[in-house]
Each structure stands twice: as structure tokens, then as C-alpha cells.
Design a protein around this ligand. Structure first.
Ligand SMILES: Nc1ncnc2c1ncn2[C@@H]1O[C@H](COP(=O)(O)OP(=O)(O)OP(=O)(O)O)[C@@H](O)[C@H]1O
Length: 252
């Protein structure tokens, strides 16, 4: 790709005691592209996302975002600089409404951020939160208590919350986990559509190869903490080693 990469990892490594969870992870991500990360359980996918988003400090290697070295930056500063994420287990507040959850995400993402005080709940912020819900086709659920919603809608909300503030890079950790096979494609279509029309770089970890084929132009395959293949999705999924070590072990 001729354009400059927006996020580059070089030689990332993470050790937990004697366990090497990630080794020599070098990936360049480009503005506007959608990548899937695949790999069997324990392959190092979440460890990679945790390092990129500041939740884990790499044992070695560097992370550069927009040309700047952000290795070891805190999760909070990483998020504010424009790299946001979702988690395998939703970080939403089930007892609050959809609108309230988006407002909290907006406050957390704000530059000056943090203060959950009355002045934070401005009309402007309410309008922005409503606009996000509309953009992600969640406006019909604005006043619903999140805990009562179907899993597919909760995961859609997760993605909408990661997109608050228009970050440059969004990393989604298993956005379809727990969503029924029938709902998955529709959920992903609805949730990703608003992100496809801009410069947002989207990376998602996924075990379902149908979802990978359908939504990711490029795929990075992890195996035992290393990158086994990185390229156009069709090619990676046909790669002999990927078929043997990754897809064979995936619960697709
Ligand atoms: N905090 C930790 N302490 C010790 N070992 C860890 C820790 N986090 C991850 N690991 C180990 O690192 C390896 C990679 O784990 P990771 O969670 O990144 O895998 P994954 O590919 O995301 O798996 P899954 O598909 O099950 O989510 C595993 O062997 C795991 O047990």
C-alpha cells in the first residue's frame, strides 16, 4: 500500500513469567482499512490488542502511531490520542440506558475527560450521544436498560461506544462473541457500516471465518504468539499453514 501507515508495531513481544504470549509482532495498519485477526485460543490476539491500547506494556518492541512512539503509554492516553477498543467481555453498564452508556463513553473519551459531574451532562453532550445512537441504528433503544437488550444489540452498542469521538483506530475484541449465528452478519453490517465511509482503521479479532471473509479485506493470522500470515483475506485463509494450524483449531 502506498499510503503511510497510521499505526505500526515493530518486534512486539510480551512475556508473562516463562510464557511468551507474543513474539516479534510487526504489523502496519493503514487509514481506512479493515483487518481481521484470527488465531486459536491462546495464540496471542488479545495480548496484541492489549499492548497496542496500553493495557499491557510490551517486554520488547515499539508501537508508533501517526509517526510518534507511544510504546508504554497508558490506556487512558492511548484512547485520547485516537486508539480505542472494545473488550471480549462488554464494558457496558447493564443497569443504565443505552443513551447513558454512550454519554459515559463520551465523557471518558473527552480530552479534558474524567469528571462525571453535572456540568459534564450538557445539552451538547446529550445531542452528540443521540447522534451516535442514530448513526449506529441504536436510536430505537436510547431509553432501554442495556441489561434487558439482546446480546447482538449490546455488542452493537459496544462498537458504537468505541467509536465515540471519531478515533482514528478502533480495535474490537471478538465483536460477535455470544451473538447467535443468525444475528451475527446483520449485527456486523449495521455496526460497521458507519465506520466504512471514512478514514477509520478497524481491526477485529474473530473466530468465525464467514465473518472474517465477509468483513475484512486483510487478515493477520496468529499462531503461538507469532504472526503466521498477513495479507489479503482470501489468500491468508487459503494458506496451508493457516488452514492447518489456525482454521483447524478455530471454533468457526
Ligand atoms: N495476564 C496474563 N498472565 C499470564 N499469562 C497470560 C496473561 N494474559 C495472557 N496470557 C497467556 O498468553 C497467551 C496468549 O493469550 P491471549 O489471551 O493473548 O490469547 P488469545 O489469542 O486472545 O486467545 P482467546 O482466543 O482465547 O481470547 C496464553 O498462553 C495466555 O494464557
Amino acid at each position: 500500500m502506498s499510503r503511510d501507515a497510521i499505526l505500526i508495531t515493530e518486534g512486539l513481544e510480551k512475556q508473562f513469567g516463562g510464557v511468551v504470549a507474543a513474539r516479534d509482532i510487526s504489523v502496519a495498519m493503514y487509514p481506512g482499512e479493515t483487518l481481521a485477526v484470527i488465531g486459536a485460543n491462546g495464540a496471542g490476539k488479545t495480548t496484541f490488542v492489549n499492548m497496542v491500547t496500553g493495557y499491557l506494556k510490551p517486554s520488547a518492541g515499539t508501537i508508533r502511531f501517526r509517526g510518534r512512539d507511544i510504546t508504554g503509554m497508558s490506556p487512558r492516553d492511548t484512547a485520547r490520542s485516537g486508539i480505542r477498543r472494545s473488550f471480549q467481555i462488554s464494558q457496558i453498564f447493564p443497569q443504565l440506558t443505552t443513551l447513558e452508556n454512550v454519554i459515559i463513553a463520551d465523557i471518558a473519551a473527552a480530552e479534558s475527560g474524567g469528571a462525571l459531574s453535572a456540568p459534564a451532562l450538557t445539552g451538547e453532550r446529550m445531542d452528540a450521544a443521540r447522534a451516535i445512537l442514530a448513526r449506529f441504528a441504536l436510536d430505537g433503544f436510547a431509553d432501554s436498560i442495556v441489561g434487558t437488550l439482546p446480546q447482538g444489540v449490546k455488542k452493537q452498542l459496544d462498537i458504537a461506544m468505541a467509536a465515540v469521538g471519531d478515533p482514528a483506530v478502533i480495535l474490537l475484541d471478538e465483536p460477535t462473541s455470544g451473538v447467535s449465528v443468525d444475528e451475527k452478519i446483520g449485527m456486523m453490517e449495521t455496526a460497521l457500516a458507519p465506520l466504512k465511509d471514512g478514514e477509520t482503521t478497524l481491526l477485529f479479532i474473530e473466530h468465525d471465518m464467514d465473518i472474517v471473509r465477509r468483513f475484512a479485506a486483510r487478515t493477520v493470522a496468529f499462531y503461538e504468539g507469532t504472526i503466521l500470515a498477513d495479507g489479503p483475506t482470501g489468500e491468508v485463509l487459503q494458506n496451508d499453514k493457516v488452514r492447518q494450524y489456525v482454521i483447524g483449531g478455530a471454533h468457526a
